[in-house]
Design a protein around this ligand. Structure first.
Ligand code: ADP
Ligand code: MG
Length: 634
């Protein structure tokens, strides 16, 4: 049988495992046991709908065998097993999210310390073993297969005779060295301790034949000088308590146990940011154990990511990712829901229409929202971490479905602003508003640092008003959806009426516009279709020009559509060139229009290009622009 090489990606991970100097090598056992438990979940689920399986829940077991002479530790299960193709696929490649994510993170930060932090999968056994043999027979197949690998140089698969369905993972432990005593994993009490520590909640019994010692009974005829004698005996012991974490009383579970459960089950090497337990009695009774991850999974903002909670019915796993239990805007939440109100052999299609699922989903939505609000109020830093990871999802939820959820989400939103660079909520902004301040202001652009310097921002900031800095593409859509917050309208600083005018100011502005008419007409004529209009600006204070837009598409929207390659439709903002009639350059332009039209034309082009630059729009002809500026200089 020819040796096969591991896929390149797997090889790297494997190398890291083999050469690991990590001190928590012990986590390999948890990984192998969790795989066994998954395999039994799969077969147990099949058994619910398929009588052929002929197994009961109570029939599933994990067995651990220690063989000191052979120096092997074996984990056996009677789960679903693997076919030859699955062996190849699952153990020759980095199979799953956990391992893959782990590898990616390792590549980013070459920091071996994170190994201990969970979800590293099957290969972690190579931290302690120099040879691994997997004997497996898939449910429904009558041949077994053996997969064997010494690590780096590949693996072999051969057919074997295996009488029962399921999988044995046989780990041959490395030789002890000065620093590392791998033999410790052959000590039954050490193994027992590890199971208690990491795998206690696994809901199948984990059994091990334990060698124990007891006093021999005292013989009838023992004399006065009888010394008690000891003998060894063997006893099968179940090492885990099997009570699911979410069914244990709240005050009996340590945060560490939740963390470990989360990291193991949801393949995250980081601890969760927040843990939430919910239980309700009543028409629909359920318990839920929910987690907010501290980072977004690598595929979170892609189509591949599947939301959902694990659904159990009285301790039996029914569905791995029940999407209906979570609203889109909280799709980052991970966890488990256990309810006796869903029958065991319900189909996925029917589940969607099950009333109790809907009721639970509605309840959970409220609880999650309340929890986030609590974090925001009591644990600001945690909330900021949450916001960094999942803020975009909340924003998305605010405007998705035509803003159906905006009211319930608006108080979770955070933006940086001229008053707070770490982030402010709308409520906090409102709290700081000046009494006469008419609107909540926002500016849209790429970077907060630049937004405060926009020509349009000056007059707002000079009033002592705060401006929200919207630097995320989706922020404008959030503003569109919200329109107002708690009675105060949200206003772009580009809007002409962002600051109210007195009658006098209005009149003065009209006069200025009238006086500038010839200049404006000239600009429109020489710039042609490039702009929709040239106008005397009400939003500029000391700066000479800026670009705004008319119509439904703003300049920022145009930019964001372009950035996402969605400008095929040719969506473009209708550009409006705004001029400040009080800026010195305006007077120069005005006289040029009558006295030196050639120069005036050049100035028109230069001003137009400057406005593009300030707005962060690309110049149509940068070299030409540069020439024009030079021509004005000489
Ligand atoms: P993960 O558990 O995150 O999928 P692992 O590296 O731990 O990744 O395991 C890889 C895959 O190998 C599993 O997804 C599963 O398909 C398969 N596998 C591992 N152990 C077993 C087992 N005891 N029984 C059946 N399949 C297994
Ligand atoms: Mg695994």
């Amino acid at each position: 049988m020819a040796k096969k090489e591991f896929k390149a990606e797997s090889k790297r991970l494997l190398d890291m495992m083999i050469n690991s100097i990590y001190t928590h090598k012990e986590i390999f056992l948890r990984e192998i046991i969790s795989n066994a438990s998954d395999a039994m979940d799969k077969l147990a689920y099949k058994a619910l709908t398929d009588d052929q399986v002929g197994m009961n829940r109570d029939d599933f077991k994990i067995n651990i065998t220690i063989n000191k002479d052979a120096r092997t530790l074996t984990v056996s299960d009677n789960g679903i097993g693997m076919t030859e193709a699955e062996l190849e696929e699952n153990l020759g490649t980095i199979a799953q999210s956990g391992s893959l994510q782990f590898k990616q993170d390792m590549e980013q930060q070459e920091n071996l310390d994170i190994i201990g932090q969970f979800g590293v999968g099957f290969y972690s056994a190579f931290m302690v073993a120099d040879q691994i043999t997997v004997m497996t027979r898939a449910y429904g197949s009558d041949t077994g297969y053996m997969w064997m690998s010494n690590g780096a140089d590949g693996y072999e698969i051969t057919p074997v005779n295996k009488p029962t369905v399921g999988t044995d993972v046989i780990m041959h432990l490395k030789e002890d060295t000065e620093e590392e005593k791998y033999g410790e994993f052959l000590e039954q009490y050490r193994v027992q301790g590890l199971i208690k520590k990491y795998s206690d909640y696994i809901h199948y019994p984990i059994e091990m034949m334990m060698t124990k010692s007891r006093q021999k009974p005292k013989p009838e005829d023992a004399g006065d000088d009888y010394k008690p004698e000891w003998e060894d005996y063997q006893e099968m012991e179940t090492l885990n308590s099997m009570v699911p974490l979410w069914q244990r009383p709240k005050d009996e579970v340590e945060q560490e146990e939740y963390d470990s459960f989360y990291q193991d089950k949801f393949a995250d090497y980081k601890k969760p940011l927040d843990t939430l337990r919910v239980s309700t009695e009543g028409n629909t009774s359920y318990t839920a154990l929910l987690f907010i991850p501290s980072q977004a999974p690598y595929d979170f903002y892609t189509r591949e990511f599947e939301k959902g909670l694990q659904l159990y019915s009285s301790g039996v796993l029914i569905m791995d990712k029940c999407a209906d239990l979570l609203p889109e805007h909280f799709r980052f939440v991970k966890g488990v829901v256990d309810t006796p109100d869903v029958s065991l052999n319900i189909s996925r299609e029917m589940l969607q229409h099950t009333r109790s699922v809907k009721v639970i989903a509605r309840n959970l939505e409220k609880k999650i929202r309340a929890e986030l609000q609590k974090l925001l109020k009591d644990e600001r830093e945690k909330y900021e971490e949450f916001w960094k990871a999942f803020g975009p999802q909340i924003k998305f939820g605010t405007y998705a479905d035509y803003g159906a959820n905006k009211d319930s989400l608006k108080d979770l939103l955070m933006f940086t602003s001229s008053a707070n660079e770490k982030g402010t909520t709308l409520a906090e902004y409102k709290e700081r508003m000046k009494e006469e301040q008419p609107f909540i202001y926002y500016a849209v652009g790429d970077e907060s640092a630049q937004l405060g310097k926009l020509p349009q921002a000056e007059r707002i900031l000079d009033q002592g008003y705060e401006i929200l800095y919207l630097t995320d593409d989706i922020d404008q859509f959030v503003m569109e959806a919200l329109q107002e917050y708690d009675g105060k309208k949200l206003k772009s600083i580009n809007d002409e009426d962002a600051l109210p005018e007195t009658e006098e100011e209005k009149k003065a502005a009209e006069e200025k516009a009238e006086a500038a008419k010839d200049v404006l007409d000239f600009l429109k004529e020489s710039l042609g279709d490039k702009i929709k209009e040239a106008r005397v600006s009400k939003i500029l204070k000391s700066h000479a020009v800026c670009m705004t837009s008319d119509g439904p598409i703003t300049i920022e929207m145009e930019k964001s559509l372009k950035a996402h390659g969605q400008d095929m439709m040719g969506f473009k903002a209708e550009r409006v060139l705004e001029l400040n009639p009080d800026a010195p350059v305006f007077a120069v332009l005005k006289s040029a229009v009558t006295e030196n039209p050639e120069k005036a034309k050049t100035m028109a082009q230069v001003l137009y290009n400057q406005a593009l630059l300030i707005a962060g729009l690309p110049l149509e002809d940068p070299a030409g622009y540069s020439d024009l500026v030079c021509s004005l200089m000489v």
